[in-house]
Write a protein that binds this ligand. Structure first.
Ligand code: AMP
Length: 588
């Protein structure tokens, strides 16, 4: 397949912010793509080479790319840097420079998607002393044969600056239209994506085996499953209303969610965002095979830091000490953990997702033998508000956050947040000062002490109907100097030239970011707002909801995706809840 087809399509997509148009461009691209190239196209579109969980990073520095452009064009490094400074985007700068150049040279050779992909793959795999020179050689040989437009998109992918703003849902819509003729078939694609977390593989399957192929998609070991998520409730009363007469309550532990794939001695661990985190937990890798009786199994657990002397659970922050590349052995002995199992998703070549919770729990208890290190998450069956209250009390007293409530007969819904699981946290009960997980979408430069960093952040909640991020408040309090530095560093990788099309904000920020980073916020109240877009028109026509006196709690939720942030539905529920309390108080 000619790479020019992809480059032209990327160019069209970059210049639109409308989801429908993006979908249309994708459909046209997919229709021109042969089945054996589609997975490569899917990864490249997302600026990747393989699904995230494989951890393959391109990691080419700007300096190296500039040298490669210079080598292939014969134009001085200084001149390229000048152009780069003007445009702020190296891909764009390369187009301008190479356009001037091609006027004086002969026609270039056609390059294919396969060649670009394979070369990028080789670059990603290079390591060691001579790797920089080799990388430069590969890049400049590609650029030699590329048109200016093609070169621009090769560079953007290499440098990780391709910002199309296409969500996975949009890609799946387009795949369904291109291969089955109807967007309605997206459900089948979603199923396949939820069990494989690999959109490229899903695309390849629909291209080669059609709809039936994706419907029959099966779980594979060492291929992470997208996690099931929980909605929240505020009180025992509401829990009973939503869950019915009898259901399970488990402790909600405050640790890191881990998906364990175990086959004999081989263990691979994935985080909630499906990153391979095996290297941070050598203790799990070593100890878990000994307590498992199964040939092949995929389990879910919460890894929690503990006080070794008392056995007490410690807060999530303690685990962050393990996020390091070196001296992990020391961190393992300094910050001991227990692994608390709460679900089984796959057992001896069979999916368990369709089994009801009660059956899965029984199976889990059979598979995992408890010892000092491996535990079953404490669970009880509850029927009344009193039962819940008691168990909640126990859970808080053991250092947990609250309870997870689970319907006994319901399946595991991979990749979705629904009503089969609910979370009840102590702090949610009857309070205005609820915490929300919000996405950082923009920032305003600071003054005084904050000069040179971001003084105020613009935050958004998630609208899962439209798959967009809606502005909900600006926040400037709760940040220590250390946090300001840390956030500035994290966010500098996420800066975009234009507002991502999935951001819905009337307010203009000084800087826009890819909607990726999630932070925790408390606020005094939720009010109607003529500016902020969260829950727009939902409570009142022409108004959205905003947070009053928001404050950063100090928790950067690295383990969360932007799509896991608080939804507008949750914000509306909190808004209505607070009105009810105000009303009840006024009656007292
Ligand atoms: P939240 O991050 O507040 O949306 O809560 C969901 C998270 O709670 C999950 O991703 C798990 O990491 C964690 N968790 C703790 N205990 C449990 C449990 N018993 N069942 C499921 N998830 C749990």
């Amino acid at each position: 397949m000619k790479y020019s087809i992809l480059a032209e399509s990327l160019n069209k997509m970059e210049s639109t912010t409308k989801r429908l148009q993006l979908t249309q461009h994708l459909v046209e691209l997919f229709e021109k793509t042969p089945g054996d190239v589609i997975s490569k196209i899917i990864y490249l579109l997302q600026g990747k080479l393989r699904p995230d969980f494989e951890g393959i990073e391109l990691g080419v520095a700007e300096k190296l790319a500039i040298r490669a452009i210079s080598k292939s064009s014969g134009i001085a490094v200084k001149k390229i840097e000048q152009e780069y400074r003007k445009t702020g985007d190296l891909g764009q700068a390369a187009t301008i420079i190479l356009e001037q150049k091609t006027q004086t040279t002969f026609l270039v050779e056609d390059i294919s998607v396969e060649r670009v992909y394979e070369t990028l793959f080789k670059i990603a795999k290079l390591e060691g002393a001579r790797s920089q020179d080799m990388k430069m050689k590969y890049i400049s040989s590609l650029l030699n044969d590329a048109t200016p437009l093609e070169a621009s998109y090769i560079l953007k992918i290499l440098l990780g600056t391709l910002r199309l703003g296409v969500a996975e849902n949009t890609v799946m819509d387009a795949l369904a239209i291109a291969y089955t003729g109807s967007k309605d078939n997206r459900k089948a694609l979603e199923h396949a994506y939820n069990v494989s977390s690999d959109l490229g593989k899903v695309a390849e399957t629909i291209a080669s085996k059609g709809l039936k192929g994706v419907e029959d998609f099966e779980i594979e070991m060492f291929n992470p499953i997208r996690p099931m998520l929980a909605d929240r409730v505020k009180s025992e009363e509401e829990s009973i209303e939503k869950m019915g007469v009898e259901f399970a309550a488990e402790y909600k532990l405050d640790g890191e969610r881990v998906q364990l794939h175990v086959e004999g001695e081989k263990v691979v661990l994935f985080s909630r965002s499906l990153e391979n985190i095996s290297e941070y937990y050598p203790d799990i890798i070593e100890k878990i095979p000994k307590v498992i009786s199964a040939d092949q199994v995929i389990l879910e657990a919460e890894a929690v830091a503990i006080n070794e002397n008392t056995g007490e659970f410690l807060p999530f922050q303690e685990l962050m000490h393990r996020r390091r590349k070196y001296k992990i052995e020391k961190a393992v002995s300094q910050y001991p953990i227990t692994v608390n199992f709460f679900d089984v998703l796959y057992y001896n070549q069979k999916s368990c997702l369709e089994l009801g919770y009660a059956e899965r729990r029984k199976l889990l208890e059979k598979i995992v033998k408890e010892d000092d290190f491996a535990k079953h998450v404490p669970m009880t069956i509850v029927k009344t508000e009193n039962d819940i209250e008691d168990f909640l009390e126990n859970s808080i007293n053991s250092g947990c956050e609250g309870l997870m409530l689970k319907m006994l007969d319901k399946p595991y819904q991979a990749g979705s947040r629904g009503n089969y699981w609910l979370k009840l946290k102590r702090e949610y009960r009857n309070e205005l000062g609820d915490s929300l997980d919000l996405v950082v979408i923009g920032a305003f430069f600071g003054r005084g002490r904050r000069t040179g960093r971001y003084g105020t952040l613009l935050l958004a909640s998630y609208d899962d109907d439209t798959d967009t991020f809606t502005s909900i408040c600006k926040v400037g309090t709760g940040f220590t100097d250390e946090y300001l530095d840390q956030l500035y560093q994290i966010l500098s990788d996420k800066v975009t030239l234009k507002k991502n099309p999935r951001i819905n904000s009337e307010m203009e920020a000084d800087v826009w970011f890819e909607p990726e980073l999630v932070i925790e916020i408390v606020a005094s109240e939720i009010t109607l707002s003529p500016i902020h877009k969260a829950a727009w028109d939902e409570i009142r026509k022409g108004a959205g909801l905003a947070l009053r006196f928001p404050k950063f709690t100090g928790k950067i939720r690295v383990e969360k995706f932007a799509e896991d942030a608080s939804t507008n539905e949750e914000v509306i529920t909190l808004y209505k809840g607070q009105k009810k309390i105000a009303h009840d108080k006024s009656l007292m």
